[in-house]
Design a protein around this ligand. Sequence first.
Ligand SMILES: [Zn+2]
Ligand SMILES: [Zn+2]
Ligand SMILES: [Zn+2]
Ligand SMILES: [Zn+2]
Ligand SMILES: [Zn+2]
Ligand SMILES: [Zn+2]
Ligand SMILES: [Zn+2]
Ligand SMILES: [Zn+2]
Length: 234
Amino acid sequence: MAGTLVLSAGCGSPDSGDLTPPFLKSPRDGAAPAPVVSHPCPRCHASAGVRHECGRTQWCERCLRDAGAGHLCKTTELCTKCWGDVGTRHLCGLTHFCTLCREEVAPNHQPARRAAGCLTRFCSQCRMDVGDGHICDLTYFCPRCRREVADQHICSQTRYCPTCSKEAADYAFCPTCSTRLGTRDLSGQTITCTGCGKEITAAEHTCPFTFFCTECRREQRAGHHHAPSPEGAR
Ligand SMILES: [Zn+2]
Ligand SMILES: [Zn+2]
Ligand SMILES: [Zn+2]
Ligand SMILES: [Zn+2]
Ligand SMILES: [Zn+2]
Ligand SMILES: [Zn+2]
Ligand SMILES: [Zn+2]
Ligand SMILES: [Zn+2]
């Protein structure tokens, strides 16, 4: 019996001139999930899925999708703005994925030198990478000292004091004449001060009795101040 061939509606119907192959179209809202097969791209001839971008994505056979730069199977997602493979907390133009700590991080990220883990993590409020003990809007990470520091920080000379919320001396000093004596481990030890020649107990920053004077660049006793410079005096 010669049956009549009935075409199901819509199938093979001539389209309105859109020549983009279906697999190159972005899935619309509510559309069926992306097909998990690749086709050769008509332009670059590489394997391509629905989010293929010539020269920027590569088809991943394991994840069955187009992958961007830095793709880590089953871990990252393609960002169709920067065409990188990124983490869930990606902020395009600001963060990128660190394959060591597996987090989105800022450009000032300090990657791990060993397996112990990266030194910094992204702070969404300050929009930069920060270290342990970070206080928003107050401290930032110094890559040279490898810790959080505050305004007026001087590398290897000052350290952030959480008590007075300021940078303070990071060394032992003479409480009598404020001469810098050496590393912090000297503090509390009785030594002869190289500045005043007295036998003293070396101190370190002790707020509120001492503070780091940014003009002398050393720890000074409370009350220490500099006379205003005679500007305009001729
Ligand atoms: Zn292509
Ligand atoms: Zn993959
Ligand atoms: Zn992006
Ligand atoms: Zn990292
Ligand atoms: Zn912060
Ligand atoms: Zn520093
Ligand atoms: Zn202090
Ligand atoms: Zn002294």
